[in-house]
Write a protein that binds this ligand. Structure first.
Ligand code: NAP
Length: 317
């Protein structure tokens, strides 16, 4: 009888993959690399999609430390993997390790999806298009038509959000970061993308950068539709307030990349102000769907993924 996969495999398991997973049916040929990785819901999201799509493989977790990352990537080829996802803390390191990459990976400097193609590792970033699609689904409006503010523009997810907004030529883009210099450097990179834009400039700068301080937020928020939280804050009740509640207005749309808890303080404050708010669950879903499409070059069974993800949260309660 085929056995159940482990909660997470190790680099030793990967070195001896045939012995570690030989009794799995279907075979494990997709994974998520992370450290930690046990919290990842990607297997619960991808396995129903693989079954629905008729793929003879399954998706497992691999606990890979930074010191073993390069070896683990090389082993993907030897062990007949289709590809992998990578999560904290490896997205930057994998960016530097792949043989080739997509344009969005090149611009975001980050790889969260790898395809093994004819002995080559091809990197892609699906956080950026996943965010774009999640916003469309949550608010029935495209990034391109919104004046966007990204909190945490100096971090990995914030950079992906800014790059996607710039690729879409969002109506306006305001980069916000605690460490101003990081966001300012990103703004300089993005400037040429906006220079190509044919839209007319309004009364405020189309592309701007500010420190994460109340006086600057207050000035800019009047000219913003969508606020994206891409900081690492929001998961704990003790986290500092990202935006004082009185600055939130009914016309604002809030997209918080955090999904646990399902309603963050920022989202709660926004709803109280009459604004609309969504958490990051749909971004997780759509980045997964884009990964599936990158691996198999066909449309992902998104509803199976959505159901799997939902069940994983229900089972955790
Ligand atoms: P990261 O690279 O570590 O970036 C963290 C960001 O948060 C930085 O911009 C940092 O500013 C800012 N920050 C940290 N503490 C702060 C504070 N006290 N006040 C203001 N800003 C602060 O993290 P990441 O990988 O981008 O992830 C960010 C968040 O996005 C995490 O919650 C992650 O789980 C979430 N995420 C969700 C999805 C999804 O699918 N829903 C996908 C990717 C990421 P400095 O530059 O000043 O340090």
């Amino acid at each position: 009888m085929p056995s159940e996969p482990k909660d997470a495999y190790t680099i030793d398991d990967l070195r001896d993959w045939e012995n570690a997973t030989g009794d799995l049916d279907p075979p494990a040929r997709l994974a998520v690399f992370g450290d930690p990785v046990i919290h990842s819901r990607s297997p619960q999201m991808h396995n129903p999609a693989l079954a629905e799509g008729g793929k003879n493989c399954q998706y497992v977790r691999l606990h890979i430390g930074t010191e073993d990352l390069r070896e683990a990537l090389n082993l993907l080829k030897e062990k007949n993997f289709i590809g992998t996802n990578v999560t904290i803390p490896h997205k930057g390191e994998v960016f530097a390790a792949v043989d080739d990459m997509t344009e969005v990976a090149r611009l975001t400097h980050s790889v969260n999806t790898v395809l093994v193609d004819d002995g080559q590792l091809i990197g892609h970033n699906t956080d950026a298009p996943g965010l774009e699609q999640a916003i469309r689904e949550e608010f029935s409006v495209d990034l391109t038509d919104l004046r966007v503010m990204v909190l945490g523009a100096g971090g990995g997810a914030g950079r992906a959000a800014c790059i996607q907004a710039a690729m879409d030529r969002s109506e306006r883009l305001v980069l916000v970061n605690r460490t101003f210099e990081k966001a300012n450097a990103l703004k300089k990179e993005i400037e040429p993308m906006y220079a190509k834009s044919e839209r007319l400039l309004g009364p405020v700068d189309r592309l701007a950068v500010i420190p994460h301080e109340v006086k600057y937020l207050e000035r800019e928020l009047k000219h913003i539709d969508l606020i994206i939280n891409a900081t690492s804050l929001g998961m704990k009740v003790s986290d500092p307030v990202l935006i004082p509640a009185h600055l939130l207005q009914p016309h604002h749309l809030i997209f918080d990349m955090v999904y646990a808890p399902p309603q963050t303080r920022l989202m709660r404050d926004a709803v109280k102000a009459g604004a609309r708010a969504a958490n990051g669950l749909n971004m997780l879903l759509w980045q997964g769907a884009h990964s599936y499409e990158f691996w198999f070059n066909e449309e992902a069974p998104v509803e199976a993924m959505r159901k799997g993800l939902k069940e994983s949260f229900n089972n955790a309660k």
